[in-house]
Design a protein around this ligand. Structure first.
Ligand SMILES: [Fe+2]
Length: 500
């Protein structure tokens, strides 16, 4: 079935051709053809009617789900994938803005069972490919944001708030985990090549917020500049390049233990409380943390920040209030590397490092605008000088003592074997980790890389786009890119499940 509207020149060369191609269309008394259509409810996005309004300056579009919107003719023209080149950039930096004033629609038609809408504009040359064709699902997904709703119960206009993330919808499905949790495991080669496995991996990074990747392999050399090669190669296949440290020559931290404890990043003999990394970095850029066991087999431990925060909220509400609202400072000076990015012993006065300062002031438990846990920023070794008001200091420190003891509580700490050649990945905004237990006779090399949240969220966006395109090849990359996350989420349609 089809809906068709034409003012002036039609989509086809003559009326007979036009109506033979749109035999389901019935002309209304006002000479505006109107479709009588009944589409399966599995296609709520199908266009069942379209007509111009306000002299062609807007197009009224009705979808099979009963929603109806008026959209600007200039918006249609401005937003079409034909405006962008193969590089996804606009073909012209000015024509789309300067050349669309007063644009009017001369002809519009739905076809392909309502899956597509063809549009022509007055005074705009039709290219060799014919009229501009829009995918109905794309239009249906964007209409609530850009269209003027004309159906009953539509409510007011919707303004998109912020960039958003396709991962946001996973946050509500998170459940706390405890010492007996089973960590999701992935095979490195399968993960590198399988779209669905990658989606599953990134969803596991939200819940439970930790995963084991087996089979990443071991490096040909355990020297610092070569030891991270398997980790980097793996991460480039599933995500991209890791964060670059400001001074260190490698994009990964390097720790090595031989017969005598010897660390290039920090002292292995120093016990380390459960913590999240990057507490001293403003914004906590290390959203995901990839820890590659390049050499050795150890046992290590993780704990769920969500479970800890929930326990505090339910059992110690006054302490929870302080930990979620009072800002404290994490800070340090990093002088662990020389000018060429090589590690140095900071206790050696003959070794000159290149220093940089780090400071981050924030609550220990950071909540988002909905009151949900956004991140746990916990690192006792990096905790800086308190500058809390006199009246707050003592109650806050009492709450912090309670919290830091809870982080070590066996009910919350999960211990696990960590074989050579595997990578433990943690959501550094949720999952705390401690120092691994390494038997004295075991030599160990560990490489650690970080990825920021924006990179991770956009990788997930790309993966979800590819899943959507696979499910509906007509709605390809040209339609799925360049749109806000909030609209893309309506196009994607695949409900994500929390794997834990
Ligand atoms: Fe750490």
């Amino acid at each position: 079935m089809a809906a068709l509207l034409c003012r002036g020149r039609g989509l086809f060369s003559g009326a007979a051709a036009r109506f033979s191609a749109t035999s389901a269309v019935r002309a209304t008394p006002s000479d505006t053809p109107k479709v009588i259509a009944s589409f399966p409810n599995t296609k709520p996005h199908a266009v069942v009617d379209c007509k111009s309004v306000n002299g062609g300056r807007q197009l009224s579009v009705e979808f099979a789900d009963g929603t109806r919107y008026e959209v600007h003719a200039s918006w249609l023209r401005d937003s079409a994938p034909t405006r962008a080149g193969a590089d996804y950039y606009r073909k012209s930096a000015t024509d789309d803005v300067w050349g669309m004033g007063g644009l009017r629609i001369s002809c519009a038609e739905s076809h392909s069972g309502g899956e597509r809408l063809s549009v022509e504009y007055e005074g705009v040359e039709v290219g060799p490919a014919g009229p501009e064709v829009f995918e109905a699902k794309w239009l249906h997904s964007l209409a609530p944001f850009v269209g003027k709703a004309m159906h009953d119960g539509a409510g007011g206009e919707r303004f998109i708030q912020g960039t958003g993330s396709l991962m946001d919808r996973l946050l509500g499905g998170r459940t706390p985990w405890y010492s007996g949790v089973e960590i999701p495991a992935f095979d490195a080669r399968h993960l590198e090549s399988d779209l669905d496995a990658q989606v599953q991996f990134y969803e596991a990074m939200i819940c439970p917020g930790v995963a084991m990747v087996h089979g990443v392999g071991t490096p040909d050399s355990l020297e610092m500049k070569h030891a991270g090669a398997p980790l980097e190669a793996h991460c480039e296949k599933i995500l991209g390049r890791l964060n670059q440290h400001p001074v260190r020559s490698t994009r990964y931290a390097f720790m090595q233990k031989m017969a005598q404890p010897h660390s290039l990043d920090y002292d292995h003999s120093n016990p380390l409380s459960m913590h999240t990394d990057h507490a001293v970095y403003h914004g906590t850029p290390g959203f995901l943390q990839f820890l590659h066991q390049a050499q050795g087999h150890v046992r290590s431990k993780v704990a769920d920040g969500l479970a800890l925060a929930e326990h505090m909220r339910l059992e110690h509400p006054d302490a929870y209030e302080l930990l979620t609202t009072v800002n404290i400072t994490h800070s340090s000076r990093n002088e662990l590397y020389t000018a060429d990015g090589s590690p140095r012993n900071p206790a050696d006065p003959g070794s000159r490092g290149v220093p940089f300062e780090l400071v981050h002031t924030h609550p220990i438990i950071v909540l988002d605008g909905s009151g949900r846990l956004e991140k746990v920023v916990q690192s006792e070794t990096k905790r800086g000088v308190c500058a809390l008001p006199f009246s707050v200091y003592e109650p806050f420190m009492a709450a912090y003592r309670l919290w830091s003891q809870l982080c070590e509580d066996p009910r919350f700490v999960h211990h696990f074997d960590w074989p050579e050649g595997s990578v433990v990945v943690t959501n550094n905004w949720r999952t705390l980790h401690g120092r691994a237990t390494v038997r004295p006779e075991v030599a160990r090399t560990l490489c650690i890389g970080y990825a920021n949240r924006i990179l991770v969220e956009n990788r997930y966006r790309l993966l979800k786009q590819r899943q959507a395109e696979r499910a509906n090849p007509a709605l390809d990359h040209r339609w799925l890119t360049r749109v806000p996350n909030q609209a893309l989420e309506r196009m994607d349609g695949a409900l994500s499940r929390c794997p834990a």
